[in-house]
Design a protein around this ligand. Structure first.
Ligand SMILES: [Fe+2]
Length: 132
């Protein structure tokens, strides 16, 4: 099971806490995708995920902006793509496809979380830490 570890730290405690919460949601989705998930449970997770990524992305973008991070537009675009993928999956969710969509969401988040943090979020690390 994928978990947040110290080597995924972006050097900013608030954003690390956000990322840890996203891993917690991933663990919930993992447990759910295993056990023949009910539509209401999957809907609830999508609701929480949609809400939380919007909140996290806005906070993260605000910090990058204040730190003068030069690739903010690119990063913002990447956030929008992720939010749209999650919104699209939640829009097609129904009783008929609930297991498939839950597995798809799990696969997408597993791939995205670590990739996005290690590759894209790490780009802003020196800017937030150094205040340059
Ligand atoms: Fe990000």
């Amino acid at each position: 099971m994928l978990a947040w570890t110290e080597h995924l730290s972006v050097g900013e405690p608030t954003l690390d806490a956000h990322h840890q919460h996203l891993f917690k949601l991933l663990a919930e989705i993992d447990a759910m995708a295993e056990g023949g998930p009910g539509l209401d449970a999957v809907k609830a997770v999508f609701g929480e995920l949609n809400r939380y990524i919007a909140y996290h992305f806005a906070e993260e973008e605000g910090m990058m902006e204040r730190a003068g991070f030069p690739f903010l537009d690119l990063h913002r675009h990447s956030h929008q793509t992720i939010a749209m993928r999650v919104a699209d999956m939640s829009a097609v969710l129904s009783a008929a496809n609930v297991e498939r969509v839950a597995r798809e969401l799990h696969g997408f988040l597993t791939g995205w979380l670590v990739h996005h943090i290690e590759i894209e979020d790490f780009e802003y690390r020196p800017f937030l830490a150094g205040g340059q």
